[in-house]
Design a protein around this ligand. Structure first.
Ligand code: PHB
Length: 392
């Protein structure tokens, strides 16, 4: 058996050894920040998840691959946009991978389960899309922040636009889960405040795309306008089916901008002229947005969309927190306070987070021209979510 022989070190050797130990200690104190992506990699929202991750990584890469001097280590879970698997999936990141921060997700139902788990375990959560009103409402918490929107926001902005256009009788059509319900509620609130009336709601379960019977009901009712909430592959099909049913020329279709974001290639001629409202537009002509779009296109060989912007901004929010505490995640309160207050220099325009941690932001009017959602005006400036039920 070997026995280590202890001998007193010479002073110079002892000094060098102490230095080496110190350097090793400093390195050990700064392991990578563990970021867990919980996003859809399969299903109707797969492309949206991909764009969020691309946006997030691009911001980190722009900072030299580090935030506040710390490397970033990524973990990933495909949430399949399936709420029934959400708690197990988020616990893979929290318990198995022990991530420092979770970034996710797209689907409101999945995100609500994530918010509950994050609240309970106090894991930092940045939501880069899912609009569930509850996340910055009754489920709000210091460690939960959102870089996207609440469902109420784009719905409300679209309602303002529809009322301004002079439409009086509207029908709404949406997937019957939090995102659809809350978007339609926001739309109805603004549209009816502006003198209109929602005469009928049509729904189908997520992610069903059997639109035909509902399109028949729209043709029979003949409203002045139809408000729709669909996104991803479902939105691509809905817009094509609406056009194929001959409705586009007779009953104007309007929607929160998810209806046409990231899917114009698939919608082609069927989407031309569609008006939507959203917190991003392709044609925002600012140096910030132009630089972002060019860099994204060069890096990924694809044009960015609203989801890419939200992913990019999720990384910016994290960076503002980490920078404020020089990468020391144990200084949690200071980090969260910095994220809450930081002005976010987004491609969509500058914004800050509300007290409930949701972006207070402008909503643009957009019109589809070719393969772009071109900005044609502003629907509502600095729109804050009402954050009903949030106490923190
Ligand atoms: C949502 O479920 O909150 C959701 C999904 C896709 C969108 C927008 C919202 O494009």
């Amino acid at each position: 058996m070997l026995r280590s022989i202890r001998r007193p070190l010479l002073p110079a050797v002892a000094f060098a050894a102490a230095l080496a130990a110190g350097a090793a200690h400093a390195q050990a104190a700064q392991p990578p920040v563990k970021v867990g992506f919980m996003l859809p990699a399969t299903g109707t929202f797969a492309a949206l998840g991909d764009m969020i991750e691309k946006g997030f990584r691009m911001y980190v890469d722009e900072q030299g691959g580090k935030l506040a001097g710390r490397d970033i280590q990524y973990f990933r879970v495909d949430d399949e946009s399936d709420p029934s698997k959400a708690t197990d999936n988020v616990n893979r990141l929290i318990k198995r991978d022990q991530v420092d921060v979770i970034v996710g997700t797209v689907h409101s139902g999945v995100a609500m389960a994530m918010a509950r788990a994050a609240k309970e375990s106090k894991t930092l959560l940045i939501v880069p899309n899912a609009g569930a009103d509850a996340i910055t409402g009754p489920l709000c918490a210091p460690n939960i922040l959102r870089s996207s929107f609440s469902n109420w926001q784009p719905g409300y902005a679209t309602g303002v636009v529809a009322a301004q256009k002079g439409y009086k009788r509207a029908m709404t059509i949406f997937w019957n889960y939090a995102a659809g319900q809350e978007s339609a509620k926001g739309f109805t609130e603004a549209f009816e405040k502006g003198g209109g009336k929602v005469v009928k709601e049509l729904t189908l379960p997520f992610p069903n795309v059997e639109f035909q019977p509902l399109l028949t009901a729209i043709a029979a009712e003949k409203p002045d306008v139809v408000f729709a909430f669909f996104a991803g592959a479902g939105a691509a099909k809905f817009v094509r089916d609406y056009d194929a049913a001959g409705l586009r020329r007779t009953i104007p279709l309007i929607g929160s901008g998810f209806l046409t974001d990231g899917v114009l290639e698939a919608q082609g001629a069927a989407a031309q002229g569609l008006m939507t409202a959203l917190h991003y537009a392709d044609g925002i002509d600012t140096p910030r947005n132009n630089a972002f779009r060019n860099k994204f296109a060069v890096t990924y060989k694809v044009n960015p969309d609203v989801y890419a912007v939200q992913g990019y901004d999720a990384a910016q929010i994290l960076a503002s927190g980490l920078n404020a505490v020089k990468g020391d995640l144990t200084k949690r309160d200071a980090m969260i306070a910095a994220m809450r207050k930081a002005p976010i220099d987004s491609p969509r325009g500058k914004y800050t987070l509300s007290a409930a941690h949701n972006p207070v932001q402008d909503f643009y009017i957009r019109e589809v021209k070719g393969r772009e959602n071109v900005m044609t005006g502003v629907a509502v400036k600095v729109l804050a979510d009402p954050a009903r039920g949030c106490r923190m």
